[in-house]
Design a protein around this ligand. Sequence first.
Ligand SMILES: [Zn+2]
Length: 286
Amino acid sequence: MPRLSEVIAALDALWPPSRAEQWDAVGTVCGDPDAEITRVLFAVDPVQEIADEAVELGADLIITHHPLYLRGTTTVEAGTFKGRVVHTLIKNDIALHVAHTNADTASPGVSDALAGALDLRITGPLVPDPSDPEGRRGLGRICELDHPETLREFAARAAAWLPPTAQGIRVAGDPDMPVRRVAVSGGSGDSLFEQVRAAGVDVFLTADLRHHPVSEAREQSRPLALVDAAHWATEWPWCEQAAAQLDAISERHGWGLRTHVSRTVTDPWTAHAPSVTPPSISGAPN
Ligand SMILES: [Zn+2]
């Protein structure tokens, strides 16, 4: 049975903390390095529902993509929601470990899992990491479709194959335009429009897209087609990929770890009321 410190060392080899963005807060949030680990739960968000799920499951380690604390704090008082998570975890001997932007840029990373969930063939990173001589690491992925499809069909693919959320899939672009090359980036991607444009892809699939960046991208002489899935849905496939990576490590070391991927939808949007009168651009996927 491995100790937490051994499991963390293996995870750090997959997603080196040194490759996280400067503003990020990755690594172990709580846990005893000497504690024995038998059961691991993977999730996107370190929220109370996930902490409760870990207690129910008897997990002794949660690995999340999003940090619990991104900025400094002066309290873990149980009346605060983050403090309550910390109390739940410590009372139940559950460690919490975060792999965020270090998992985004890894190979395989968050966007590899997203492309895999959409059954897209990856040709390379969208924003290559200049320190990677093999050119495989970096932010986002550029992908190709084996058979061209329309933007409508591509959005329907995302709706069918990403985990379901209240938001569903939003589309900006001519639904009948052909799609051959695609850029994908798990999480908030509207800071990557310039790189997406430079990559010359037909469509960019990401999340959290805002009015002004999208409006400006659409008003260009060569408008960028955009597909917006829920943030949680674009990053959840990473949990399955990461669990499989840890399973392989566990097998190699004879650790006998049991890994679980949370199916709890922690996307904060909980309902969607479509407009009573459909928008004039008919044919948007539902
Ligand atoms: Zn995210």
